[in-house]
Design a protein. Structure first.
Length: 424
């Protein structure tokens, strides 16, 4: 067995970057390798990555085992010390063919395995046109990387570096190429996407970037955002929510908690009222908008009353897609030095919050039954509505924009009664 296998952990951005990794490694002439693209968000993600590395060595004894991603960037020495690992590449290096052309020899010391730059020294972000394989109908365009904020629970800045934006002209050029290539939907993505532009001349915002794309690239049929921080949303983005039908009515919010004291201890920049106020404002501008959100259960010092505030926040905001993370202490973060909760209690609270998420998801599905929706059909037997609800669509033409009546759901996905070609 040979070839290049990429094993990916963590966020969507990592998933998209893995496609760049695969492409750059192949361009460099790498032929027999396993590349593990790690995540540092939780201790469990790091543990699973180490397991994958050991398994890869057992299954591919002759292959080069390369490790990259956020965990490798933040703790490169520990991965280099693993006997199974041949090289460790930083998050900047993994995206360049040159890094794969200059790999160290087999059997070198742990220090010689390292090809990891100081991520905090990186000041620019090259435009990465990251295309997701599934369906070839949706393309992902990375417009920003890194983060300038220092939430007390988060290790990501140590893996991604400080915030840096792709110049607007480069984003427009990439978006035009993607739209002209037949992609029906573009997704703008980044580590802290709503901080876009703060480091660029004139300090353009994410909203201005999105407006500019839709104006200058009329071929874009649907434009979507990945995760955003609601406290950074600008007036231009609110205008798009209100007035632009090509801007998709779904936002995934980095909320993290529903209790003001815990939010303060997390060093978040919003409070509960501000988060709910934004959601209410967005719904007033676009009643059909839906929301996803990240919430952490079991943060240090979280009382039962504080946890219940997260439950009530999710319910009050009617979060359709709730992503729950049991708190995991990460090295180098202030929260790891705070009084910790019992792991069993953390897991129990995360399970309770996930149950709330299932109920909210079902309520969202219930509300769409009987409506007519415009669907973007993908290659995997599914489609997505404009508000990013998944629909079972066996047998429909991938890449099609279809109108369909929603007939029901199975508790997870919508089902349709009939479909007809929509005007594209």
């Amino acid at each position: 067995m040979s070839g290049i296998d990429v094993i990916t952990f963590g966020c969507r951005l990592n998933t998209y970057e893995s496609e760049v990794v695969r492409r750059q490694a192949a361009e460099a002439g790498l032929e027999d390798a396993v590349i593990v693209n790690t995540c540092a968000v939780t201790g469990e993600a790091v543990r699973q990555a180490r397991q994958a590395i050991r398994r890869a060595r057992r299954e591919r004894p002759q292959a080069r085992i390369l490790v990259t991603g956020c965990a490798a960037q933040a703790d490169s020495a520990s991965f280099a010390a693993m006997a199974e690992v041949d090289a460790v590449l930083g998050n900047e290096e993994k995206l360049t063919a040159e890094a794969y052309r200059t790999l160290p020899d087999f059997g070198v010391s742990a220090e010689e395995k390292l090809k990891v730059n100081d991520i905090m020294s990186v000041r620019e972000s090259a435009p990465q046109m990251v295309e997701l394989i599934e369906g070839h109908v949706r393309a992902f365009l990375q417009v920003q990387n890194g983060c300038d904020h220092r939430c007390t629970f988060c290790i990501i800045p140590y893996g991604r570096g400080n915030s840096r934006s792709v110049p607007m002209g480069a984003v427009v050029d990439q978006a035009r190429r993607l739209a002209e290539s037949g992609y029906r939907e573009l997704v703008l993505t980044g580590v802290d996407a709503t901080s876009y532009g703060a480091d660029l001349p004139g300090t353009p915002t994410l909203g201005l970037l999105a407006k500019t794309l839709l104006k200058q690239v009329p071929e874009i049929l649907r434009l979507r955002l990945s995760s955003i921080d609601s406290i950074e949303v600008d007036r231009a983005l609110l205008d798009l929510i209100a007035d632009e039908p090509r801007f998709m009515p779904h936002l995934h919010l980095s909320l993290q908690h529903g209790d003001d004291l815990i939010l303060k201890r997390m060093k978040r920049r919003h409070n509960r009222a501000e988060a709910l106020g934004f959601i209410e404002q967005a719904r007033s501008l676009r009643p059909d908008i839906s929301f996803g959100a990240d919430l952490i259960a079991g943060f240090p010092t979280e009382s039962e009353a504080a946890f219940e505030q997260s439950v009530r926040l999710a319910e009050q905001a009617r979060i359709a897609k709730l992503h729950v993370f049991p708190y995991s202490p990460r090295p180098m973060t202030p929260a790891a030095r705070m009084p910790q909760l019992d792991r069993g209690l953390i897991k129990a609270r995360a399970a309770r919050l996930r149950d709330v998420g299932k109920t909210l998801a079902r309520q969202h599905l219930d509300g769409l039954v009987g409506t007519r929706q415009i669907l973007l059909v993908e290659n995997n037997g599914f489609a997505h509505t404009q508000d990013f609800t998944r629909v079972v669509t066996p047998g429909l033409q991938p890449g099609s924009l279809m109108t369909a009546e929603i007939s029901g759901h199975d508790g997870r996905d919508l089902t349709i009664r009939a479909a007809a070609q929509a005007a594209a």
